[in-house]
Every structure is written in C-alpha cells, then in structure tokens.
Design a protein around this ligand. Sequence first.
Ligand code: HEC
Ligand code: HEC
Ligand code: HEC
Ligand code: HEC
Ligand code: HEC
Ligand code: HEC
Ligand code: HEC
Ligand code: HEC
Ligand code: HEC
Ligand code: HEC
Length: 327
Amino acid sequence: MVDIDRLIAVTAGPHGWWRRPRAAAFLFLFAGCAGLTSACLAEDEDAEQRTYVGTEVCSACHAVTAEHWKNTVHARAFIGAPRNENEKKTCEACHGPGSAHLRDPGQADGITRFSFGSVTGIAEQNDACLDCHRGGARLHWSGSVHERNEVACSDCHNPMARLSTNGLMAKTSLNETCFQCHKTIRAEFQRRSHMPLPEGKLTCIDCHNPHGSVTEPLLKTDTVNETCYQCHAEKRGPFLFEHAPVQDSCLNCHSPHGSNHDKLLVTARPVLCQQCHSSVGHMNDLLTRANLANGSWPDPRAIGRSCQNCHAQIHGSNHPSGARFHR
Ligand code: HEC
Ligand code: HEC
Ligand code: HEC
Ligand code: HEC
Ligand code: HEC
Ligand code: HEC
Ligand code: HEC
Ligand code: HEC
Ligand code: HEC
Ligand code: HEC
C-alpha cells in the first residue's frame, strides 16, 4: 500500500522533487493524468487538433514557475479580470494549446516556447504577444530595426516573473535590459560628461521607442531636436537671433549619450566652432604659443569657455543686440 501522507510530505515540501517539471511529469502521467483531462490520452495530434487544458494542469508540473507568474500583471488581468475568452486561457494564451505537450513534454514543438534557442520561430513567438498587443506603441514594430534583426519580445520582456518594477522587463531595470546587447552604448554613458542615465534620472525610452518608430534611430519624436526639447524646453526658443546649427540639430555640437568633452560636446572648443567658422572678419590672428592659456598674452578664445567667453548665448539670443550671441 502507498502511504499517501508520506508521499505528499516528500513531494510537495519546499524542496520536494515534485516541484521539478521532469519529476512532476512522471508523477502526473502515471498517477492522475487520465483523471484530469482526456487530452492526455489523445494520440496522433496535428497542430490544428490541439486543445486547451487549463492553468491547473500546467501548474501541476510547473509549480514554481506558476507561483512566480502569479505576481505579474498578466496573472492579475487574466485571472482577476479577464476581458475575453483568450485571456481566460492564462498560460495557454501565450504558449498555445497544451494537449500535445502533455502527451510528450520532451517534444520540442509540442508547445510555443519562448526560451533562448527555442525551435518556435521568432516571428511566431512575437505573434503570440502581438495577438493582444498590436498597435499603440508597437504601431511601427513591423519593419523596425529590432524586428528585422530577429529580436524577440522575450529578449526584452520576461512575463514569467516580476523582475523589474515596471514593464515586465527581462532584467531588473530597463537600461540593463538594453545593455544586454548594446555594450558600446553602455560605454558611452560611462564617459566624463554624460546624460544622467546611470544616475537613474532618465532611461533609454525617454528618447527611443524600442518597438519601432518613423525616425532613425528609433527616436520617439519626429526629429532629434523635438526629443531634446522634451526636457530642455528653453532651447526651443523662439529666438530673435537663431543660431542655424542649433535649429538644424543639437547633434551638430552634442553627442546624445556621453562625451569626454565638457557638456557632451562632440569635440573641444574652439575647434568645435572652427569646424564651421573661419577667423576671417574677426579681430584675431592664428592661435600661437604666446597666446595660449599659459602664454605671455593669453587669447580669450583659448581660455575658460573659449569662444563662449564672449558668444555666451550660443543656442540663440532674444537681446536686441544679441545678433552675435554676446548676450
Ligand atoms: C506532465 C507534466 C507537464 C505538464 C502538465 C506541463 N508540462 Fe510543460 N514541461 C514539462 C517538462 C518535463 C518539460 C521539460 C521538457 C524539455 O526540457 O524539453 C516542460 C517544458 C515546458 C516548456 C519549455 C521550457 C523551456 O525551457 O523552454 C514550456 C514553455 C512549458 N513546458 C509550458 C507548459 C504549459 C503552458 C503547460 C500547460 C498547458 C505545461 N507546460 C504543462 C512537463 C509538463
Ligand atoms: C504573457 C505570456 C505568457 C504567459 C501568460 C505565460 N508564459 Fe510562460 N513564458 C512566456 C515567455 C515569453 C517565456 C520566455 C521567458 C524567458 O525569456 O526566459 C516563458 C517561459 C516559460 C517556461 C520556461 C522558462 C521558465 O521560466 O521556466 C515555462 C516552463 C513556462 N513559461 C510555463 C508557463 C506556465 C505554466 C504558465 C501559466 C502559469 C505560463 N508559462 C504563462 C510567456 C508566457
Ligand atoms: C491574451 C492577451 C495577452 C497576450 C497573449 C499577451 N499579453 Fe501582455 N498584457 C495583456 C494584458 C491584459 C495586460 C495588462 C495591462 C493592460 O491592461 O493592458 C498586459 C500587459 C503587458 C505588459 C505591461 C506590463 C506593465 O507592467 O505595465 C507587457 C510588457 C506585456 N504585457 C508584454 C507581453 C509579452 C512580451 C507577451 C508575449 C510573450 C504578451 N504580453 C502577451 C494581455 C496579453
Ligand atoms: C528592444 C527591447 C524591447 C522589445 C524587443 C520589445 N519591447 Fe516592449 N517594451 C520595452 C520597453 C523598454 C518598455 C517600457 C517599459 C516601461 O515602461 O518601464 C516596453 C513596454 C511594453 C509594453 C507596455 C507599455 C505599452 O506600450 O503598452 C507592452 C505591452 C510591450 N512592451 C509589448 C511588447 C511586445 C508585444 C513586443 C514584441 C512584439 C515587445 N514589447 C518587444 C522594450 C522592448
Ligand atoms: C537581443 C538584443 C537587443 C536588445 C536587448 C536590444 N537591442 Fe537594440 N538593437 C539590436 C540589434 C541587433 C539592432 C540592429 C543592429 C544595430 O544597429 O546594432 C538594434 C538596433 C537598435 C537601435 C537603432 C540603431 C540604428 O542604427 O538604427 C536602437 C536605437 C536600439 N537598438 C535601442 C535599443 C533599446 C532602447 C533597447 C532596450 C529597450 C534595445 N535596443 C535592446 C539588438 C538589441
Ligand atoms: C537623451 C536622449 C537619449 C537617450 C537617453 C538615449 N539615446 Fe540613444 N540615441 C539618441 C540620439 C539622438 C541618437 C542618434 C545619434 C546619431 O544619429 O548620431 C541615438 C542613437 C542610438 C543608437 C544608434 C547609434 C549608435 O550610436 O550606435 C543606439 C543603438 C542607441 N542610441 C541606444 C540607446 C540605448 C541602449 C540607450 C539607453 C541605455 C539610449 N540610446 C539612450 C538619444 C538618446
Ligand atoms: C528625459 C529628459 C531629457 C532629455 C529628453 C534630454 N535631456 Fe539633456 N539633460 C537631462 C538632465 C536631467 C540633465 C542633467 C542636468 C543637470 O545635471 O543639471 C541633462 C543635461 C544635458 C546637458 C548638459 C550636460 C552637462 O555636463 O552639464 C546637455 C548638453 C544635454 N543634456 C543635451 C541634450 C540633448 C542634445 C538632448 C537630445 C538628444 C537631450 N539633452 C535630451 C535631461 C534630458
Ligand atoms: C553650435 C553648437 C551647439 C549646438 C548646435 C547646440 N549646442 Fe548646446 N551647447 C553648446 C555649447 C558650446 C555648450 C556649453 C555652454 C557653456 O559652456 O556655457 C552647450 C551647452 C548645452 C547645455 C548645458 C548648459 C545649458 O545651457 O543649459 C544644454 C542642456 C544644451 N547645450 C542643450 C542643447 C540642445 C537641446 C540643443 C539642440 C536644440 C543644443 N544644445 C544645440 C553648443 C551647442
Ligand atoms: C555646424 C556648423 C556650425 C558650428 C559648429 C557653429 N556654427 Fe556658428 N553659425 C553657423 C551658421 C550656418 C551661422 C549663420 C551664418 C549666417 O547667418 O550667415 C552661424 C552664426 C554664428 C554667429 C553669428 C554670426 C553672424 O554672422 O550672424 C556667431 C557669433 C557664431 N555662429 C558663433 C559660433 C560659435 C561661438 C560656435 C561654437 C560654440 C559656433 N558658432 C558653432 C554654423 C555653425
Ligand atoms: C574676446 C571676445 C570674443 C571671443 C573670445 C570670440 N569672439 Fe567672435 N566676436 C566678438 C565680437 C565683439 C564680434 C563682433 C564683431 C562685429 O560685430 O563686428 C565677434 C564676431 C564673431 C563672428 C561674426 C563675424 C562676422 O563676420 O560678423 C563670428 C562667426 C565669431 N565671432 C566667431 C567666433 C569664434 C568661432 C570664436 C572662438 C574661436 C570667437 N568668435 C571668439 C568677440 C569675441
């Protein structure tokens, strides 16, 4: 005779072996499968003939996974307030009908698998999510650089557990999620002058829409400047005297992530300005050793804020005599 109490104690404890899918599968198939669902008994099944079996059945084998999943927004929505028949399918809303998987859990294509290296194609995986999440922020997903490069929703999102405070991210934070693949961008944010992203004041999605957009490279707004104006509104103007390169693009002078030059500048002053402005028409001569910062008669263009010692309002001026951005 089997001692039922003892079997339960051994198998269902916190470290009980029934919490592992393989062991549970054994127990399940040989002890109660037929009683729980007739799907277990179905033989030759095509993908079209697969049927839904319900969360309880999945949880019987994937107990720990199911327990973690309960803390996510999907569980709250699907169990607490399902809006339609699809959401009521819980696990199977994403993983597809489970009957074939029950018969043979080892069959690679028995169920939709999202894990890395799965035999389920990336497009098919993403379609499972897009069934409910098409449109909105993902209006331009189709054809986006991430979609074209076979990035899966599950590279950035892990719906199986609550690892991040928002957004079901695959890592503990949004930025870490992006850094998995964008290592050079991580390095840019380590530079001497950088946007305060590592300090937690902004995230990649303040400027980018990772799901796709009409502006390269995945910018949230129509132009680079619109992106920057979201926070640096005073740079928008309108100005009585505009500085053409500022109106054109902030990136003429700034790198967006970080730079080893002051104030995220693409290059040091005065070279920055001299890329476009020659010294013609200016009271000056070429910078010689004598007029460098430590020379005998230092030139104001070479010390401190360089050209900006005089041309201080470089982003534009509203002063009646600010045509040269002096004030
Ligand atoms: C009879 C026990 C059993 C039941 C019931 C069961 N599974 Fe599984 N499942 C397993 C086993 C064992 C594996 C591991 C097989 C492998 O590694 O190939 C597995 C693997 C998986 C995987 C792939 C894991 C990976 O690493 O990619 C997914 C997804 C999955 N199951 C989902 C479900 C869902 C959804 C249900 C309910 C419809 C379910 N399972 C019901 C036993 C079960
Ligand atoms: C919102 C869609 C969604 C729902 C609902 C969902 N899953 Fe998953 N599942 C995924 C994705 C995406 C992954 C891949 C996660 C990753 O990248 O590691 C996954 C991975 C898994 C895995 C393999 C990795 C692991 O964490 O063990 C198992 C097993 C699994 N799911 C079972 C279940 C079960 C059981 C349920 C219901 C209790 C469920 N899933 C509900 C989307 C979903
Ligand atoms: C059956 C419909 C359905 C499917 C399939 C589905 N979701 Fe969801 N998802 C929802 C609902 C409902 C919510 C709750 C928020 C809401 O009201 O929109 C949600 C919320 C989310 C959120 C927001 C989380 C947050 O904290 O705000 C993310 C991210 C998400 N889903 C990703 C995914 C991914 C990735 C997949 C595929 C693996 C997926 N979803 C599959 C219905 C679905
Ligand atoms: C390159 C990374 C990345 C990929 C790939 C990705 N997402 Fe997201 N997703 C994000 C980030 C970042 C957020 C914002 C999370 C936050 O607000 O904290 C987000 C938010 C969401 C949200 C909640 C907010 C909203 O827009 O409604 C849903 C739903 C969502 N993603 C679904 C998907 C689906 C479906 C796919 C696959 C087609 C996908 N995501 C692919 C990074 C990604
Ligand atoms: C799974 C890997 C992966 C993850 C995670 C990922 N990306 Fe990407 N991303 C790529 C690939 C691959 C490309 C296309 C090749 C390239 O240009 O580097 C790309 C391209 C981009 C581009 C456009 C580059 C261009 O030149 O057009 C931006 C912007 C971007 N990703 C932002 C993000 C953000 C923001 C996140 C986090 C929410 C993120 N990525 C997460 C793989 C990833
Ligand atoms: C302050 C706004 C802003 C933030 C925050 C930001 N980006 Fe960008 N990013 C931009 C702009 C603007 C460009 C266009 C640069 C260009 O065209 O030279 C860009 C370009 C890119 C590119 C493609 C060009 C390249 O340099 O390879 C990638 C990839 C990228 N960003 C990823 C990220 C990731 C990942 C994060 C978060 C860790 C992030 N960005 C945060 C504004 C931002
Ligand atoms: C989500 C808000 C946000 C967006 C969008 C944004 N910034 Fe910033 N920016 C900040 C914050 C916060 C600081 C830090 C201010 C401080 O420390 O006083 C900053 C600082 C700067 C600085 C000064 C750095 C220094 O060393 O003082 C420059 C230059 C700058 N941003 C340029 C840009 C450009 C160019 C863009 C568009 C590509 C942009 N910003 C978009 C929030 C933003
Ligand atoms: C012609 C080159 C140039 C262009 C184009 C430019 N900037 Fe600047 N920006 C500078 C210089 C030089 C500094 C350093 C000023 C200083 O040292 O006082 C600076 C400083 C800043 C600062 C930090 C100090 C401050 O004034 O708040 C911010 C923020 C900033 N720029 C944002 C922007 C934005 C947003 C754009 C696009 C609308 C932009 N810049 C376009 C040259 C430029
Ligand atoms: C990308 C090229 C570019 C860069 C870099 C640049 N400028 Fe300009 N700047 C222009 C253009 C174009 C005009 C408009 C000339 C015109 O209207 O004739 C202008 C106008 C000016 C004017 C007004 C001159 C006039 O004739 O009205 C001053 C002063 C000036 N820039 C100073 C600077 C300083 C200082 C820097 C460095 C911080 C700088 N510029 C960087 C392109 C640039
Ligand atoms: C000591 C103060 C001072 C410094 C430093 C300075 N400028 Fe000027 N700059 C002026 C004054 C004053 C004028 C106006 C001359 C006029 O209106 O005739 C001027 C005019 C200009 C003009 C307009 C020329 C024209 O033809 O009307 C440009 C462009 C310019 N400066 C660029 C620069 C650049 C680039 C630097 C840095 C290499 C620089 N300035 C450094 C004081 C300065």
